[in-house]
Ligand binder design. Structure first.
Ligand SMILES: [Zn+2]
Ligand SMILES: [Zn+2]
Length: 200
């Protein structure tokens, strides 16, 4: 028996990350997965990008595109794709902290118990929206370091450089605020993992 069996949270966060690789947004690649609370069913997935059948590109570029690139958000697409009843208890896995409007969409989807996210986002207004709706929101780093333990933490650390390289591929805008936010989020995750390690 292996002792490094991945948790469901790890698996679905990994799926959210894989979905983000399909994103066609130039600004940020985001993925989202909605599952049942018993982890038995994936109810919907989404990634950010333009309208189905439209250009595989943002509508606007450069400074004008900040917060207005024309792409539908990953969480927004996952909500659109989710045909499960409101009463079905749900978990949401996001590569990034959802924006305020996506938090509202997730509240209105109904049945969302908890939202896991990996990296911080440019904006951080959504936790208040979730909290007002009694939806728990947790950064995945805490789950990795506390619940999964040393082996997973070590794996996360080992994967980090290639993951950052993969997510930044084809991007010249390393100085870009969103990319900087992402790198910061990843570094924060490493620091939290190391802190937990040293507390053991
Ligand atoms: Zn875009
Ligand atoms: Zn959003």
């Amino acid at each position: 028996m292996t002792t490094t069996r991945p948790s469901f949270t790890q698996i679905y966060m990994g799926l959210a990350r894989s979905m983000s690789e399909r994103s066609t947004c130039r600004r940020l690649n985001v993925g989202c997965v909605i599952t049942t609370t018993d982890y038995r069913k994936v109810l919907a997935v989404g990634y950010n990008g333009n309208v189905s059948g439209g250009a595989n590109d943002c509508d606007t570029h450069g400074e004008a595109a900040v917060g207005n690139c024309g792409c539908l958000h990953a969480e927004e697409n996952a909500v659109i794709n989710c045909d499960s009843p409101r009463g079905t208890p749900k978990l949401v896995f996001c590569t990034h902290l959802p924006c305020k409007m996506c938090a509202k969409r997730l509240v209105n989807l109904g049945g969302v118990h908890k939202v896991f996210y990996e990296a911080q986002y440019r904006l951080s207004e959504s936790p208040a929206v979730f909290q007002a709706a009694s939806i728990h929101v947790q950064q995945y780093a805490q789950v990795v370091s506390v619940a999964v333990g040393n082996a997973a933490t070590a794996n996360a650390l080992r994967d980090l450089p290639s993951r950052i390289a993969r997510l930044c591929r084809g991007r010249s805008e390393l100085e870009h605020p969103d990319t900087a936010d992402f790198v910061l989020g990843q570094l924060r995750m490493v620091v939290e993992a190391l802190l937990t390690e040293t507390e053991k």
